[in-house]
Write a protein of this length. Structure first.
Length: 138
C-alpha cells in the first residue's frame, strides 16, 4: 500500500516535469492576479474581483453630468445604454472613455465631467469637475 504524499511533496513532484511547471504557473497566476485588484486600484467602484453579494458598493448610485463647452451633453444620444448603465455605477474607466470619445469627436473643446455618487450610508462624494481633455483621469 502506497503512502499518500504531503501537499508540498506533491507540488515538488509535479514541478519535476515541464508540464507540471506549466500547470503550477497557471494556477499561481490565477491565484495571484486578483490580489493586484485589492492592492493597487484607483477606482473604488470597480468590483470585478470582489464578492459582490457581500459588498455595499453595489448599492452605490452615481449621476454623471457631461458638458462640452459648458453645454450639457444628452448621454442617450451620444452613448450606448450599456455604457450609461455602467457609468451610473461610477466606473471611472468607462466615464473616462466616454469623455475621451467626446474629446476626440470635438477637438479643441472643453469636456467636463462631474460624477456625484451616493453610498449606502448616505455619504455623497463628487469626482471630476475639470476638463477631461487636459486631465483624462477622474
Amino acid at each position: 500500500m502506497k503512502q499518500a504524499l504531503s501537499p508540498i511533496a506533491s507540488i515538488v513532484t509535479l514541478a519535476r516535469t515541464w508540464q507540471g511547471v506549466v500547470i503550477l504557473v497557471i494556477v499561481a497566476t490565477q491565484l495571484l492576479l486578483p490580489l493586484h485588484y485589492y492592492t493597487v486600484r484607483r477606482d473604488p467602484h470597480d468590483e470585478r474581483f470582489a464578492w459582490r453579494m457581500f459588498s455595499p458598493m453595489r448599492m452605490t448610485r452615481c449621476t454623471s453630468q457631461f458638458t462640452v463647452n459648458d453645454a450639457p451633453v444628452p448621454l442617450g444620444g451620444a452613448f450606448h445604454e450599456a455604457w450609461i448603465e455602467i457609468a451610473s455605477r461610477g466606473r471611472f474607466m468607462v466615464i473616462e472613455e466616454m469623455a475621451a470619445k467626446l474629446c476626440n469627436d470635438r477637438p479643441g473643446s472643453s469636456v467636463r465631467v462631474k460624477l456625484t455618487c451616493t453610498y449606502v450610508d448616505g455619504d455623497q462624494r463628487e469626482y471630476g469637475g475639470y476638463d477631461m481633455c487636459k486631465v483624462p483621469r477622474l
